[in-house]
Design a protein around this ligand. Structure first.
Ligand code: SAM
Ligand code: SF4
Length: 325
C-alpha cells in the first residue's frame, strides 16, 4: 500500500482508548476533555478486524497507543488476538509505564514485542508537575519489569518542554551510560486546547543536544539516515543510544509511512492535520471485508504531505490523548 506521493505504508498506530491515568500538560487540558461514550469506540472485534484488513493491505508493524493503552479493559487478551494476525512482524506499545509493573509479563507472553515508555524526567517533583500527579517510581519499576520480561529494545520518550524539564534531559541521557536503552527527546507539538504549552515551551532538538554535550561530552552519530524519525547518537562509552525527534524544526514527512487509527475508529491521515476518514460507521453498517479494505486503502492513498506548523496552522480538532502518539 502506498499513498499518492509513493510513500510505502507499513506502520499502523492504533489508539485503544481515549482515557488515561495521567494528565500530561502538553497532551490534555487541565480541566479534562469530554471522553467519548464507550459504545462510540472500537470494540475488540472491530479493532482486530481493522488491523487484520490493514495487515492484508501490507501493514507489518502495529503500535498500540492511546490515551493510555494499558488502562483498556482486557488489554492482554486483545494483544494476544492481535499477535495472531498473519503478516505482522512487530507489535509494539507506547505507554506511560505506570501499569507495566504488573502488565509487562502478561503482555510479553501475549505476544507484545516491545514497549516505548514515556518518561520526561527522573525528578519525582517535576514528574508530578508534568503529569499532574504521577509517581515516577512506578514508571521506573515498570521499565525494569518490561526489560526483565524481554520487551526489548526498551525505548524511552521524553517530550522536552521549557519551564518543565529542559534541564532534566541530562539525567535522562545519562541513563544510556548504564543501560542499553534508546532515550529519545521529542520536540513538543501544538495541538488544540494545549497548543499554548508548545508555543511557550518548544525546546529545539539542537538546544537539547547542546545541553547534553555540554554536560556529558560529545555525541557520536549512529544513524542520521532519516529512515526513522529519530536521528540517533551515542555518548562515548555508553551502552545505549540517544534519539532526537524534531517534528517542528526538521519535519520527516518524506519518510513517513505511518497511519493512525483513533480509538473512535477514524483513520487519521497525518498526525499534524485534522483530516480523518471514518471507518467505524461503514463497518457497523455492514460493509464487507473487501469494501472496508477499499475504503481503507483509498483513505490511506490521500495522505497529505507536509504540515504547516511554521505557518502556525495547528491541528485543532483533537489533542494528543485523543489521537495517539
Ligand atoms: N499514554 C501513552 C504514553 O504517554 O506513552 C501513549 C499515548 S501518548 C499520547 C503518546 C506519546 O505522545 C507520548 O510519548 C507523549 O509524550 C507524546 N505526546 C503527547 N502530547 C505531545 C505533544 N503535544 N507533543 C509531542 N509529543 C506529545
Ligand atoms: Fe496520558 Fe500519555 Fe497523554 Fe500523558 S502523554 S496524558 S500519559 S496519553
Amino acid at each position: 500500500m502506498r499513498d499518492q506521493y509513493g510513500r510505502p505504508l507499513t506502520d499502523l498506530r492504533v489508539s485503544l482508548t481515549d482515557r488515561c491515568n495521567l494528565r500530561c500538560v502538553y497532551c490534555m487540558p487541565e480541566d479534562g476533555i469530554a471522553f467519548r461514550p464507550p459504545a462510540d469506540l472500537l470494540q475488540d472485534d472491530e479493532a482486530v478486524l481493522l488491523i487484520e484488513l490493514a495487515a492484508e493491505l501490507g501493514i507489518s508493524k502495529v503500535r498500540l497507543t492511546g490515551g493510555e493503552p494499558t488502562v483498556r479493559a482486557g488489554i492482554v487478551s486483545l494483544v494476544a488476538r492481535i499477535a495472531r494476525i498473519p503478516g505482522l512482524v512487530d507489535i509494539a506499545m507506547t505507554t506511560n509505564g505506570v501499569l507495566l509493573e504488573t502488565l509487562a509479563e502478561p503482555l510479553a507472553r501475549a505476544g507484545l514485542t516491545r514497549v516505548n515508555v514515556s518518561l520526561d524526567t527522573l525528578d519525582p517533583e517535576q514528574f508530578r508537575r508534568i503529569t499532574r500527579g504521577g509517581h515516577v517510581d512506578r514508571v521506573l519499576a515498570g521499565i525494569a519489569r518490561a526489560e526483565a520480561a524481554g520487551l526489548r529494545p526498551i525505548k524511552l520518550n521524553a517530550v522536552v518542554v521549557r519551564g518543565f524539564n529542559e534541564d532534566d534531559v541530562v539525567a535522562l541521557a545519562a541513563l544510556t551510560l548504564e543501560h542499553p536503552w534508546e532515550v529519545r527527546f521529542i520536540e513538543v507539538m501544538p495541538f488544540g486546547d494545549v497548543a499554548d504549552v508548545a508555543d511557550a515551551g518548544i525546546v529545539t532538538s539542537e538546544e537539547t543536544m547542546a545541553r547534553i554535550e555540554a554536560a556529558l561530552g560529545p555525541l557520536d552519530p549512529v544513524d542520521l539516515s532519516g529512515t526513522s524519525p529519530a536521528r540517533t547518537y551515542r555518548l562515548r562509552g555508553a551502552l545505549g543510544d540517544l534519539g532526537f525527534i524534531s517534528p517542528v524544526t526538521q519535519p520527516f514527512c518524506a519518510s513517513c509511512g505511518r497511519l493512525r487509527l483513533t480509538a473512535d475508529g477514524r483513520l487519521r491521515l497525518c498526525l499534524l492535520r485534522d483530516a480523518e476518514v471514518d471507518l467505524l460507521t461503514p463497518l457497523r453498517q455492514g460493509a464487507s471485508r473487501d469494501e472496508m479494505k477499499a475504503i481503507f486503502a483509498a483513505a490511506a492513498y490521500r495522505r497529505p504531505f507536509g504540515h504547516a506548523l511554521a505557518e502556525r496552522l495547528y491541528p485543532k480538532a483533537r489533542v494528543m490523548i485523543q489521537i495517539g502518539g
